[in-house]
Design a protein around this ligand. Structure first.
Ligand code: ATP
Ligand code: MG
Length: 183
C-alpha cells in the first residue's frame, strides 16, 4: 500500500484545488520559508484523523480553513483527500484504490468519507489499524515522534513496535470489551 495522491482545497494556505501526484521512490518537497511545505504534512495528518489542533500548529480547529489573504476572501470549507494504492491488499478490503476524505465547514460541521461514502472517524481509524498509517502511527514522523523513538522510556518505544507488529487492533478491541464489561 502506498500514498499515490494528495488533494487539498481550502486547507491552510492552499485556497485553490491542489493535486499532488506522488510517484514511487523518494519525494522531497522544497520551497522558501512560509510557502506551505509543512502545511502539506499537516494536511496528511488531518485527513488521517488528527484531532489535536496543537499538532496541526493552530489554536482552534477552523484555523485549518483558508483564512483569506490580501487578494482573496476567506473560504468556508477545507477539504483534504488522500488516495492510497491498495493493489497488494495490505489494507484488508476489496478495493485496490482507497480514497479517504475529510471536510470541515466553518459552521463546525465535518465529514469523513471513504471512497465517497460518508463514514465515522472511527471507520477511518479502523481502516488504518496496524498499517503504520493513521495519526498515531509511524508513517508521519514529526519532531516529537523522534523524541519518543529515542526516549529512554521503554513504554514510548513499545507503542511504535506494537503498531509495527500489528497488535493494536487487538489491544483496542480488548480495551472496548473491558469497558463494556465495566458498564
Ligand atoms: P518553513 O520553511 O519556514 O518551515 P513552510 O514551507 O513549512 O515554511 P508552512 O508552515 O507550511 O511553511 O506555511 C506557512 C504559511 O501558511 C504562512 O504563510 C501562513 O500564513 C499560511 N497559513 C497557515 N494557515 C493558514 C490559513 N488558515 N489560511 C491561510 N494561510 C494560512
Ligand atoms: Mg515548515
Amino acid at each position: 500500500m502506498y500514498l499515490k495522491r494528495l488533494e487539498i482545497v481550502g486547507f491552510k494556505s492552499f485556497a485553490d484545488k491542489t493535486r499532488l501526484e506522488i510517484p514511487s521512490g523518494v519525494t522531497a518537497v522544497v520551497g522558501p520559508n512560509g510557502s506551505g511545505k509543512s502545511n502539506i504534512s499537516d494536511a496528511l495528518r488531518w485527513v488521517l484523523g488528527e484531532q489535536s489542533i496543537k499538532t496541526l500548529r493552530g489554536s482552534k480547529m477552523d484555523d485549518v480553513i483558508f483564512a483569506g489573504s490580501d487578494q482573496r476572501r476567506p473560504l468556508g470549507l477545507a477539504e483534504v483527500s488522500i488516495v492510497l494504492d491498495n493493489s497488494d491488499h495490505s489494507i484488508p478490503v476489496d478495493f485496490t484504490e482507497i480514497a479517504v476524505t475529510r471536510k470541515l465547514f466553518r459552521s463546525g460541521e465535518s465529514d469523513y468519507l471513504i471512497n465517497k461514502s460518508s463514514v465515522r472517524l472511527k471507520d477511518v481509524q479502523e481502516l488504518f489499524f496496524d498499517t503504520g498509517l493513521g495519526k498515531e502511527a509511524y508513517s508521519v514522523i514529526g519532531q516529537g515522534k523522534i523524541d519518543s523513538i529515542l526516549s529512554v522510556k521503554a513504554e514510548d518505544r513499545r507503542a511504535i513496535f506494537e503498531e509495527a507488529a500489528g497488535i493494536n487492533k487487538y489491544k483496542t478491541r480488548k480495551m472496548i470489551a473491558e469497558r463494556k464489561l465495566e458498564e
